[in-house]
Design a protein. Structure first.
Length: 170
């Protein structure tokens, strides 16, 4: 598609590929699969999983009762999931790109480059927080709340999980 794309579906899967500009999908009860978007991606789903890769802009994804996997997002990441796992891989950094991820009852994993620079606010209940990257932590150390900086802390990273673990991986 040589321009932007907007798809609305009910009870069905949606597949989009090679969209030159922004892409928007709204659906329920189906898997959303998106590959190669030249702009921003926005997905609103109910009870359906989301798999997206090679997004040049930012990603704003909301769903419930299913997993979300984002791979290769070039802009900010805003994810809101209920009762589903979230995995964000291979974020490309070209400056400050905020990350905000919320989920419950499933693992939350975010992979960032080893030279990433984030001010991290992570909170979970009935889970633990783990970081592969060195982090300068401020405040008290607990397994379920972490406030700290990775690198110089140039960009905000807010991670919230209820009843699940949080992993910051490289």
């Amino acid at each position: 598609i040589h321009k932007a794309a907007s798809v609305i579906s009910q009870n069905g899967n949606v597949t989009l590929a090679d969209v030159a500009e922004d892409a928007s999908v709204k659906t329920s009860f189906g898997l959303v699969k998106v590959d190669r978007v030249g702009g921003n991606l926005r997905v609103e789903s109910q009870n359906g999983g989301v798999n997206a890769s090679a997004i040049k802009g930012g990603a704003n994804v909301k769903t419930s009762f299913a997993g979300i996997t984002l791979d290769g997002v070039g802009g900010s990441v805003d994810v809101d999931n209920q009762n589903g796992a979230v995995q964000v891989n291979s974020m490309r950094t070209k400056g400050c790109e905020p990350v905000s991820i919320r989920t419950s009852f499933a693992p939350l994993r975010v992979r960032i480059p080893s030279d990433g620079s984030y001010t991290v606010a992570a909170k979970t209940s009935f889970g633990k927080i783990h970081s592969d990257l060195p982090m300068m932590v401020s405040g008290s150390l607990t397994p379920d709340i972490v406030n700290g900086k990775i690198g110089s802390g140039a960009c905000p990273m807010n991670l919230i999980n209820q009843n699940g673990s949080i992993e910051i991986l490289k």
